[in-house]
Structures are given as C-alpha cells and as structure tokens.
Design a protein around this ligand. Sequence first.
Ligand SMILES: NC(=O)c1ccc[n+]([C@@H]2O[C@H](COP(=O)([O-])OP(=O)(O)OC[C@H]3O[C@@H](n4cnc5c(N)ncnc54)[C@H](O)[C@@H]3O)[C@@H](O)[C@H]2O)c1
Ligand SMILES: O=C(O)C1=N[C@H](C(=O)O)CCC1
Length: 255
Amino acid sequence: MTAVRVAVIGADGRMGSTVCAAVEGADDLELVERLDAGDDVAALAGSGAQVAVDFTVPSVTEANVHALIDAGVHAVVGTTGWTEESLARVREHLAEAGATREQGLGVLIAPNFALSAVLAMSFARRAARFFESAEVVELHHPDKVDAPSGTAVTTARHIAEGRAEAGLGPVPDATESQVDGARGAIIDGVHVHAVRLRGLVAHEEILLGNPGEQLTIRTDSFDRTSFMPGVLLAVREVVHRPGLTFGLDQVLDLG
Ligand SMILES: NC(=O)c1ccc[n+]([C@@H]2O[C@H](COP(=O)([O-])OP(=O)(O)OC[C@H]3O[C@@H](n4cnc5c(N)ncnc54)[C@H](O)[C@@H]3O)[C@@H](O)[C@H]2O)c1
Ligand SMILES: O=C(O)C1=N[C@H](C(=O)O)CCC1
C-alpha cells in the first residue's frame, strides 16, 4: 500500500497541529510538508504532496485553494469564511484545470468535520419543515476570529432550505425595537446567536419550536480530536472526487 502524501497549511495553529499529529498517526498517510504564515503554497507543486489540508484564516484560505489547484494538489479545507461567490470561483477554476487533466482535481470544503456536527446539520435540515420557529446558537472559544461560525451559517442555510421547500413563511417574531444585535445575525431568515466563552471549544444548539413543544439538537466538540476522523476521511476521499465537494455530509451520503 502506497501512503497518500499530505501537506498541512496552518500547521502551527490549533487545528493544523492536531491534523499533523493525526496524519502522522495514520498508517496509510504520510506527512510531507508543514506550512504556516510566510510559506509559499505554490512551492507544493514540486514537493510530492498529493493532498493539502488547509486550516488557516478566512482571509487567506481562498487564495490558498487557488494556488493548490494551480499546483495540481488536491485540497481539504476546514477554514471558514466561504461564500456562494468564493465557492463559485473555486468551482470554475477546477473546471478549467480539469479540462487539461486526465483525472480532475478535487477540493473538499467542510465547515465542520465532527461527526456530531455533520449529523446535527443534517437533522436540522430534515426537522426544519415541521416547526414554526427556528433559531441557532453557536458557542465557541474566545480566540475564534469569525462570527457567526461557519457551521452556524451552514446550519441556518439548511434550515432555510427545509422551510422553503415546505412553503413555510418567515419565523414568527413580534420584535419592534431592539438594542443592536439583540436578535442576532439573520442568515436566510434564520436568527443566529454567537457566544464566546473561555473554556469552550465548539458547540451549537439548534432550537426548533411549535406551540407547546421544542426540539433541541445539540452538538459539542470538547476536544479538537473530534474533528480528526472527518478530516482523515476527507483526505482519503478527495483524491477520488474531482470538482468541488461542500460538506462532509456529501461524503457520508447523508444528502
Ligand atoms: N471545519 C472544521 O471542522 C473546523 C474545526 C475547527 C476550526 N475550524 C476553522 O479552521 C480555521 C483555523 O482554526 P484554528 O483554531 O486552527 O486557528 P489558529 O489561529 O489556531 O490557526 C491558524 C493558523 O493559520 C496560520 N496562518 C495564517 N495565515 C496563513 C497563511 N497565509 N498561510 C499559512 N498559514 C497561515 C496561522 O499562523 C496559524 O498557525 C478557522 O477558520 C476555524 O473556524 C474548522
Ligand atoms: O474553533 C473554531 O474556530 C471552529 N470553527 C468552525 C466553525 O466556524 O464552524 C468549526 C467549529 C470550530
């Protein structure tokens, strides 16, 4: 068995260092490069790396992915901050690169690699059509630079899709006046609230309400090792998935 050669970008960070350890602990993977701020992603072209894992910061991750496509390296991305527009640019770049390759390159971007979070997002989408009200509360460590979390943004979008498919209108909300931000950010009509608290890692509660009842879906990552099985699965899968894959639910076939 030949090991898949893996590079990690953001290797000195909380996630990147955990990914390096997970790759080093896997018999079928080989850690060949550790890059962090100041290193040239384009140089991976001649490094022998087949897959690069990006856990950096929202402001640089898209440029890293374009550089990886140009370098002919598959990408697994956990960094947040992706929009419909930035995803479309990656899709387009991959299509151009694929036209000149025998087997197209793969980019797999997932806002959350923890199985509990992937399932929570999937359950929320399925449950959304049955409830009048839906709100998302995400809770993270205070060193996180973006809010709301990428997971919460994706969860809100899933809920909005489920509601729209069922023909549900806006969530009920009689608020006429508020202190700025009191009702959270509104993403596709769903209110999203962000808590930052020392001691936390990554947590989310999805609240779904009807007259007289509530469904709460909660996911907790108590440790960054929770993300590693999903990251390693993505590394193994991306080489067989040309084009852009968004969300680990696609790999797990959750729909
Ligand atoms: N998808 C998931 O499952 C998941 C899980 C946890 C965190 N995240 C996301 O991953 C990202 C990183 O989180 P973190 O807690 O590891 O952050 P962190 O701040 O600990 O690490 C980021 C690292 O990226 C490096 N970096 C910055 N600019 C760079 C550049 N241009 N090139 C290379 N490296 C660069 C920094 O020096 C740092 O070492 C965030 O967007 C976070 O939301 C995603
Ligand atoms: O610690 C972080 O930062 C996390 N970021 C992701 C997000 O924004 O959804 C996933 C959870 C951890």
